[in-house]
Ligand binder design. Structure first.
Ligand code: FES
Length: 139
């Protein structure tokens, strides 16, 4: 039911883990499934130099987060804002329809981080105490 690419990104997620000194952090949660994704960004001259993520999320959320971090790395903030969840799913050779909302999380977390950055916030203010870890054995 999942493409090889989804399985690959799920089993070997790229850019996973908390970043020590990010310039900005973005976080979104899905109220329906309760999953959360947080992204950490290093930004220089409006370019995303580095990005990592952590998630309490399902396998599809892990795979889409992994893919989206690869997609936006090296892009300008405005280019990163244009990455849509359809595009992420396409890059992964498709997602089951019931899992499309999981790819929204990844794209929205990045949008949230960029919004924080443009507003001059770090995104850490409200997230200081919450530590999102990557889920390993979540289906
Ligand atoms: S992100 Fe919640 S089920 Fe996938």
């Amino acid at each position: 039911m999942y493409s090889d690419k989804v399985m690959d990104h799920f089993q070997n997620p790229r850019n996973v883990g908390k970043m020590e000194d990010p310039d900005v952090v973005g976080e979104v949660g899905n109220p329906t499934c309760g999953d959360i994704i947080r992204v950490y960004l290093k930004i220089k001259d409006d370019i995303i130099e580095d990005i990592t993520f952590s998630t309490f999320g399902c396998g599809a959320a892990v795979a889409t987060s992994s893919m989206v971090t690869e997609l936006v790395k090296g892009k300008t903030l405005d280019e990163a804002l244009e990455v849509s969840n359809e595009q992420i799913a396409e890059e992964l050779d498709g997602l089951p329809p019931a899992k499309m909302h999981c790819s929204n999380l990844a794209a929205d977390a990045i949008k949230n981080a960029i919004k924080n950055f443009k507003e001059g916030k770090t995104g850490l203010e409200e997230n200081d105490n919450a530590e999102a870890e990557t889920a390993h054995d979540h289906h």
